[in-house]
Design a protein around this ligand. Structure first.
Ligand code: PGA
Length: 254
């Protein structure tokens, strides 16, 4: 982290976990534990929990994220949620391009780029997820692959719009597997992403960009990962479902 250049952001990605009553209990437990955070704290909750989460986090230091959104404002898109629906609730962030969306729901860089543009135009901050598979890592194409994703997903995003983008580097092989990238592996790719941003938008934009690591980040390994120069936060899955663990990670981001 280098908080003199860019804000640190710890975001929980609850995925498809917690019913509204369970969400209420978890947020109630979490809020006092993270209230003195020196980083920005975000929780990414299922759609049905968004009204409750926004209400409970209002006036606190915690912001709320959705886990996806569509690119159109409204219309015949059964099952989809528009950025405007989110902003009216008080949602400030949206996680886009998570590898589970790409893998299980066929999201492509092309459709993701539309979601990114629509979300930014609606005033949402975007947490854009990129990351390689094990096969790609073993074939030594991690850096090229991740940079390609960044370029495709950010097409037509202006330098001004980029200020509302956070990139989350999430190696697919490390997600939910308990297999964390080493701090050096994570740092190397986050640095590569920053260099890619510099080539597209210039050094100032790259220096100012928050880049998170995600993939089995937990209370035990967060401090080491976050001590790396180019890792400015985390996108936390499993460990965000336990308030004390999430709070320990938040406390490590200082
Ligand atoms: P994990 O998930 O922390 O459970 O590995 C991270 C993510 O998918 O965002």
């Amino acid at each position: 982290m280098n908080t003199s250049l860019r804000p640190a952001v710890i975001a929980g990605n609850w995925k498809m976990n917690n019913t509204p009553s369970q969400a209420q209990a978890l947020i109630t437990q979490m809020l006092p534990l993270v209230k003195d955070a020196s980083c920005q704290v975000v929780i990414g909750v299922p759609f049905v929990n968004l009204p409750l989460a926004c209400q409970m986090c209002k006036g606190t230091n915690v912001k709320v994220a959705a886990q996806n959104c569509h690119w159109e404002e409204k219309g015949a898109f059964t099952g989809e949620i528009s950025p405007q629906m989110l902003t009216e609730l008080g949602v400030e962030y949206v996680i886009l391009g998570h590898s589970e969306r790409r893998t299980y729901f066929g999201e492509t860089d092309e459709s993701l780029n539309k979601r990114v543009l629509a979300a930014l135009n609606a005033g949402l901050k975007v947490i854009l997820c990129v990351g390689e598979s094990l096969q790609q890592r073993e074939a030594n194409v991690t850096n090229e692959f991740v940079c390609m994703q960044v370029k495709l997903d950010l097409q037509n995003v202006s330098e001004e719009m980029l200020k509302n983008v956070i990139i989350a580097y999430e190696p697919i092989w490390a997600i939910g597997t308990g297999k964390t990238a080493t701090a050096q592996q994570a740092q190397e790719v986050c640095k590569t992403i920053r260099a890619c941003i510099a080539s597209l938008y210039g050094k100032q934009a790259a220096d100012g960009m928050t880049i998170q690591y995600g993939g089995s980040m937990n209370a035990g390994n967060a401090a080491e990962l976050l001590s790396q120069e180019d890792i400015d936060g985390g996108l936390i899955g499993g460990a965000s479902l336990k308030a004390p663990d999430f709070a320990t990670i938040v406390a490590a981001a200082k």
